[in-house]
Write a new protein. Structure first.
Length: 120
């Protein structure tokens, strides 16, 4: 199985900054991530909402999954990790949360911004 080209990833496309995931006042609604966050940990079980891990960065993950997936993304609503394709990462296709308990539907724009979509 050959290594997939990293052309899909644009330099600086994913923020390395921490994202504020909660509101300071309980009366305020919890803030949803609006940008992807490059996760530094190697375990997908530790991923949070909006965290992304590129499979090319971890050889053991790249070898374990089909070549049409480029990353593992934590759903920005619930944090459940799911595989995404190059088309989803580039914004050509929407992303649906893989959790049975979450109705997350969103699109990734400019390889970093999260835009939430209404189910319909």
């Amino acid at each position: 199985m050959g290594k997939q080209s990293s052309k899909v990833r644009k330099a600086g496309g994913v923020s390395d900054q921490n994202i504020v995931r909660g509101a300071s006042n309980r009366a305020e609604a919890e803030q949803l991530p609006t940008i992807l966050h490059l996760a530094s940990q190697s375990s997908v079980s530790d991923m949070g909402p909006g965290d992304i891990v590129f499979l090319d960065d971890f050889a053991y993950l790249r070898e374990a999954f089909a070549p049409n997936f480029v990353a593992v993304l934590g759903c920005p609503l619930c944090g459940t990790p799911g595989m995404i394709t190059a088309a989803q990462y580039s914004g050509a296709a929407s992303v649906v949360c893989v959790s049975n308990l979450c109705s997350g539907l969103f699109r990734i724009l400019e390889e970093s911004q999260i835009v939430y979509l209404l189910p319909g």
